[in-house]
Design a protein around this ligand. Sequence first.
Ligand code: FAD
Length: 288
Amino acid sequence: MTSPSVSFEVFPPKTVDAAFKLWDTAQALAPLAPRFFSVTYGAGGSTRDLTHDAAHVLHRTSGLPVSAHLTCVGASVAETIEVAEKFHAAGVTDIVALRGDPQAGATQFTPHPEGFKNSVELIEALTILDKFTIRVGAYPDSHPDAASQHANIQYLKRKFDAGADEAITQFFFESESFLRFRDQCAAAGIDKPIVPGILPITNWTSARKFAERCGTKIPAWLDEAYRAAERDGRTELLSTSLCAELCSALVDEGVDSLHFYTLNRPELTRDVCRALGVSPQSSLSNVA
Ligand code: FAD
């Protein structure tokens, strides 16, 4: 098995303790020579400055490319573009361009009166800026707002047509979800890279809740497996082996890049990477 290239999502810290966790995560994962780190943008744009600062420091200390997430929620077009320009000034070369979720308490996304109406408009504006590699979200188990899987894939195609370079998927629990989606995208004429998003499960109860919210299918066998593992005190072992198995199945089917949702907890991600043959590069062993 050829080892895949990897990338890692982290979130920006809001406390000193969280800043140390992010630091530890970067220290543990940078030596694996990821293609990039990505830094999330809090719901409703709540971490605008923190995302900027975390992306800036991560890029400066690791020397690695950093992809800052950017959503359309709660900001005008001018404000959103200003954020993108600030990212660029801080050395951020890549953006994950997203519509974002509805604001707290709302069930439907409502654009800011002077804001981007959807992700396609944001991608078009970033394409015109011509400063960034543009990544977008993709949804193998479909998205709760999509009328059908066909509409979900057609919308992804619109995002690529608007200038996106690569898509990263929402997490999924079975390799078939991704592989079927990859085939459907190819049949729809999408020929740009679609990178599977992998969630190493550090806590099944929260992973399950998150999956319910974002429409990820939850197989019955997984519930059963975690119930048994909790009984035997073996959840960590189960998580490591399930995640390594999922990634190997994807790599066996020709997937050459994986994006890990680390949740700023590097251990499980690092163990899975090692199981896949992704090993530390000595030249990157120190985050300065
Ligand atoms: P889009 O792809 O724009 O829309 C989702 C679906 O809704 C589409 O598949 C389409 O079927 C339907 N749809 C939407 N608009 C239209 C339209 N105008 N016409 C027809 N159909 C439409 N959220 C954050 O708040 N911060 C983050 O940092 C963050 N990072 C993420 C990273 C990744 C890799 C992913 C996959 C998701 C991330 N999210 C983040 C969550 C994301 O904001 C939500 O999933 C959001 O609901 C959709 O954003 P999007 O840009 O992917 O949606």
